[in-house]
Design a protein around this ligand. Structure first.
Ligand code: NDP
Length: 291
């Protein structure tokens, strides 16, 4: 009898994403691929949670003993009031996209901007320290990217936004919380990228499916030859904006890079292990139909 006994554990560790709507969020595909590759009995669940149900959902995260959770639209700001602790850079960004559990504590993190930075380093071999950057947009993605660029030592940030008030609030917050030199350009007409800019980031939703023919009203005529042009939009991965930049001979970095690395960093925070980056990237490319 004794030699037939095996210690078994049928209990999976749980993580996932809460959003509304959430059905088209592809993160689960890459996290599940990563767990399989790492031999971890973990599950990533894609869960639709209406705004009014968020407090209960976070109670559920606690009750289920979940190891962590991602937050997507519209929960990234609202969730902060239900957590026990907020990491310093998530506090500066003013939003949380990843929660990790330490003991009974739920800690809010933000891996969006950090994911963008890791993609800059790994995929584009670009160090933002001392660089001049133009960021299009002043929404959540722009706040995350701008804050992390500031914390990484960017010399100057120029934010270009259509709605003046939103732009002013964002620029004021990032300046106050990071001390970076940051200014706002109201986006009323075509924005001409100055020749001394090193990095240009589309952090708006312009070009996002189904408006795939749209592109930011920007002129690259005077851009310098080694300007790096990035897009946070990942659906489609190949945006018209990036195509136009490449047609001018400029280097580009797509939104898939940011998406992969925000997930890579979340995997590392949750599991304490190095993430199988290549497997996560391949799984996401396949899910998004990229050749
Ligand atoms: P928000 O709604 O918070 O902000 C949208 C921004 O885009 C605003 O600054 C808005 O300007 C601007 N904008 C939208 N349409 C136009 C337009 N027609 N002309 C000028 N400006 C426009 O969205 P998020 O910041 O949360 O998301 C932005 C994009 O980033 C989305 O496509 C999202 O999928 C992507 N994203 C990608 C991630 C990744 O990992 N790759 C992670 C997170 C987000 P205004 O203030 O004037 O309205």
């Amino acid at each position: 009898m004794a030699e037939n006994y095996r210690a078994v554990n049928y209990k999976a560790e749980l993580v996932g994403v809460l959003g509304y709507p959430v059905a088209e969020n592809p993160t689960g595909v890459m996290q599940e691929a990563a767990f399989r590759a790492a031999g971890l009995n973990w599950r990533y669940m894609t869960i639709q949670v209406k705004p009014d149900d968020l407090a209960d959902a976070i109670q559920g995260v606690r009750a289920f003993g979940m190891r962590g959770i991602n937050l997507t639209i519209p929960h990234k700001v609202e969730v902060m009031q239900y957590l026990d602790e907020i990491a310093p850079d998530a506090e500066k960004i003013g939003a949380v996209n990843t929660v990790r559990r330490v003991g009974d504590h739920l800690i809010g993190e933000n891996t969006d901007g950090k994911g963008f930075l890791r993609g800059l380093h790994v995929d584009a071999h670009f160090d933002p320290a001392g660089k001049r950057v133009v960021i299009l947009g002043a929404g959540g993605a722009s706040r995350a990217v701008s804050t992390e660029l500031a914390l990484a030592g960017a010399a100057e940030l120029i934010v270009v936004n259509r709605t003046l008030l939103r732009g002013e609030e964002m620029v004021g917050d990032v300046r106050y919380r990071t001390g970076v030199a940051i200014s706002l350009v109201p986006w009323k007409e075509m924005y001409v990228v100055p020749p001394d800019v090193d990095l240009l980031v589309n952090a708006t939703s312009i070009g996002l499916y189904p408006n795939v023919d749209a592109m930011p009203d920007v002129s690259l005529e005077h851009a310098k030859a080694d300007l790096l042009v990035c897009d946070v939009v990942f659906n489609p991965v190949e945006t018209r904006f990036l195509q136009a930049a490449r047609e001018r001979g400029l280097r580009t970095l797509d939104g898939l890079s940011m998406l992969v690395y925000q997930g890579v960093i979340a995997f590392e925070l949750w599991t304490g292990r190095d993430a199988p980056e290549a497997i996560m990237k391949a799984a996401l490319r396949e899910a998004l139909g990229v050749e």
